[in-house]
Design a protein around this ligand. Structure first.
Ligand code: CTP
Length: 398
């Protein structure tokens, strides 16, 4: 599944050391099916050559408003007609000022003014003082007011040796933003709380009891919710997965920690999606020191107490968020899932057969609500997550 299939992007490079990172972005975006026309300002050519950008995009690079290769000599018009988006990366202080004021003194600034309805995304890259400068901030506000999307900037070490805000976001983050841009904003402004991954219950300092869960489904749902415009908080048990771009993550280990983190944020959330494979019990006589093997070979006698049911607790809150549960079953999916939906008091429950999807990248989910069942076809977890987000947006109250 190519995320940018059939998308034609005009990529504008302006002067800045971050140009070298944009080479990597072009590679990743073309791998995802994007067709990229690169336009460079004169300043950008001091940081990276048009030859590099041509080789990576596989298409001629545009530098000059008087480009005789264009039959009508109107590159500024031809490039923007039919483009799905214009992305400026890196965007210098000077170029953002030009954009904000509608100046058109080179090919890239001219095509931005000539863009009509073509969306414009701008990825600032500059020294922190330049970013914080009152004039730059005024220009950013003007651009936002004109409907221009500003991606980043990030905080951190800068090429000049200073540290602060103004760094360009990383190539994979630009790619995530561009892919997200094309997703429908069905959850715009909604606050979505998600649990994901397993929990890990301590036996002693070196041993735990856990559930089998890679976290892939929950993380894909967090990404899809963010792509749909939601403000996403992910409470995650131990997984090896990176936090999806733009999502805030709280990392926990035990079910009790997950419960506490969720209860702290549930009242302020519009939607709660409980994907985590929460351990049903914790060990009440966990050791402060490692349990050692004994001469007799007897195993330690563990005692258990039940963990709180996080989903049922949130679903029972007065004025709580709209809740979505999950059920990973091994048999009789319809029967178990509908019973679980009613028992937990949730309007929507997502069921799957655990043995088919555990650790896999593809999933097959069935949605259960008061009207019955709706089985989605087997698909990659991110696709299924986007379909689920669309279903949630349709059903949950505004
Ligand atoms: N869940 C939860 N807290 C728990 C147990 C489960 O929030 N202590 C949530 C899961 O995140 C999931 C749903 O409840 O959304 C169902 O989880 P599952 O483990 O399938 O159900 P259980 O209630 O544990 O039922 P059983 O183990 O009997 O199937």
């Amino acid at each position: 599944m190519l995320e940018l299939a059939n998308k034609r992007i005009v990529l504008g490079l302006t002067g800045g050391i971050a140009c070298y990172k944009v080479a990597e972005f072009v590679r990743r975006a073309t791998e995802q099916g994007a067709v990229i026309d690169v336009v460079m300002t004169e300043a950008a050519t001091h940081f990276i050559t048009p030859v590099t950008m041509q080789a990576l995009s596989g298409r001629p690079v545009y530098l000059d408003p008087w480009d005789a290769r264009e039959p009508n000599n109107m590159a500024h018009i031809n490039l923007t007609r039919g483009a799905d988006a214009i992305l400026i990366a890196p965007a210098s202080t000077d170029f953002m000022a030009k954009l904000a004021h509608g100046l058109a003194d080179d090919l890239l600034s001219t095509l931005c003014v000539a863009r009509g309805n073509c969306p414009l995304l701008v990825t600032p890259a500059m020294n922190r003082e330049m970013w914080l400068n009152a004039a730059t901030q005024r220009n950013v506000a003007l651009l936002r007011g004109d409907g221009v999307q500003i991606l980043g900037p990030a905080e951190g070490e800068q090429a000049c040796g200073e540290t602060g805000s103004g760094r360009m976001i990383e190539p994979d983050q630009i790619l995530a933003e561009l892919i997200a841009f094309f997703q429908p904003k069905v959850l715009a402004g909604r606050r979505v709380l998600i649990t994901a991954g397993p929990t890990s219950e301590r036996i002693d300092p070196v041993r735990v009891i856990t559930n089998r869960s890679s976290g892939k489904t929950g993380y894909a749902i967090a990404r899809a919710a963010r792509e749909a415009g939601a403000d996403v908080l992910l409470v995650s048990g131990p997984t090896a997965l990176p936090c999806p771009w733009g999502v805030t993550r709280i990392q926990v280990e035990s079910a009790m920690q997950m419960h506490d983190a969720v209860m702290q944020h549930a009242a302020a959330s519009d939607i709660f999606i409980s994907v985590a494979a929460v351990a049903d019990w914790h060990v009440t006589n966990a050791g402060d020191q490692k349990f050692k093997k004994t001469e007799s070979g007897d195993a330690p006698q563990l005692e258990f107490a039940p963990n709180p049911d996080i989903l049922a607790t949130v679903a029972a809150m007065p004025n709580g968020p709209w809740c979505v549960g999950f059920a990973a079953e091994t048999e009789n999916l319809d029967e178990h899932a509908q019973a679980k939906r009613r028992r937990k008091g949730v309007p929507l429950l997502v069921g799957n057969l655990a043995q088919d999807v555990m650790d896999a990248d593809v999933t097959e989910i069935v949605l259960y609500d008061e009207r019955g069942r709706n089985a989605l076809s087997p698909q990659p977890k991110l696709q299924a997550a986007r379909a689920l987000i669309a279903a949630i947006a349709q059903r949950s109250p505004r």
